[in-house]
Design a protein around this ligand. Structure first.
Ligand code: MN
Ligand code: MN
Length: 308
């Protein structure tokens, strides 16, 4: 059963069956356990590739699959960096490190993130993102306005002396789809009109930066994260075989270039033919450091459950 049917339904005849709810909860439980273990893996000089591989192998060891590559985004990079094969990047002195991880069980997804400060300079900024997350999550109630989240998140971050990133948002999640159509803003000013629906999955993810920053991200260099955008099997090899392998392993979920290193040449061709898309990293426009916090919330007809 596909969650999109419910997200788009006019009347709420549908619900997650017991098995689907268990998959959502298990994905959340694994994501939470891995996230909680992340801080001891992040220290000055730690290998970024080592962090990515550790997170992804922990997810697998606990019985899940990564819903996307482990993102390790440092300082002014807000999102969408994962290590390429043989990445020699290490965590620099004093860095602000965001580790964003996703888990899925048969496409039922949990998405969560934590920020680790190497040094103590940014502890308060991390707290601002975390408090904004806590308040944002409380606003996810069936029938509540989606537009209430942005002003709440912005007010919380500003009250602690920081600035929200205005063009990074939370989002709705559907089966095998990490960002479905609906965005959940982190600032006031462009509130969506809809309400939170029962039997849905939402990710809330505030980002905080310094008050003197511009407070928005722009696209930077390619971040080694790909996904299938053209759902049409190519007619010629080696693209045809590579497409089949990618669809079988990831459907339309994001995946790392290093996960498909064995078919690298075909992957390059699929990228050139725009069958695959490579996400650029998202960088704070004035080069200021960013902190992030994220949870996934599942709604039923009665309650909201933070799965992560
Ligand atoms: Mn995330
Ligand atoms: Mn997310």
């Amino acid at each position: 059963m596909h969650l999109a049917q419910f997200a788009q339904a006019e009347s709420w005849f549908g619900l997650f069956d017991e098995e689907e709810m268990e998959k959502l909860l298990l994905a959340g439980k694994i994501a939470r356990a891995v996230r909680q273990a992340v801080p001891r893996m992040v220290f000055q000089g730690a290998s970024v590739l080592g962090i990515c591989e550790w997170v992804e192998s922990e997810i697998a060891r606990m019985g899940g699959s990564p819903a996307f590559p482990c993102n390790v985004s440092i300082n002014e990079v807000g999102a969408h960096y994962t290590s390429p094969t043989s990445d020699t990047t290490v965590v620099p002195d004093g860095a602000l490190v965001k580790v964003d991880l996703g888990v899925h069980i048969d496409g039922f997804i949990a998405d969560t993130a934590v920020t680790v400060s190497v040094g103590s300079e940014f502890e308060d900024m991390i707290k601002a993102a975390e408090l904004a997350l806590e308040r944002g999550v409380q606003a996810v109630r069936v029938g509540g306005k989606i537009g209430d989240v942005g002003p709440l998140v912005e007010k919380t971050i500003r009250s602690m002396g920081y600035k929200p990133i205005r063009n990074l948002t939370g989002h709705q999640i559907e089966q095998y789809t990490i960002h479905s159509g609906l965005s959940i803003p982190n600032v006031s000013g462009s509130e969506p009109t809809g309400k939170f629906q029962p039997w849905s999955v939402y990710a809330i993810e505030p980002f905080a930066t310094l008050p003197r920053a511009i407070g928005e991200v722009k696209e930077g260099a390619p971040g080694n994260i790909l996904h299938l955008v053209k759902l049409k099997r190519p007619k010629t090899e080696p693209q045809k075989g590579a497409y089949e392998e990618i669809y079988r392993r990831f459907r339309t979920l994001p995946f790392a270039k290093r996960w498909v290193a064995g078919i690298g040449e075909a992957v390059s061709k699929l990228l050139a033919e725009k069958v695959l898309y490579e996400y650029p990293v998202l960088v704070e426009a004035s080069g200021m450091p960013i902190a992030q916090a994220e949870h996934t919330v599942v709604t039923t007809d009665k309650e909201s459950i933070v799965t992560t």
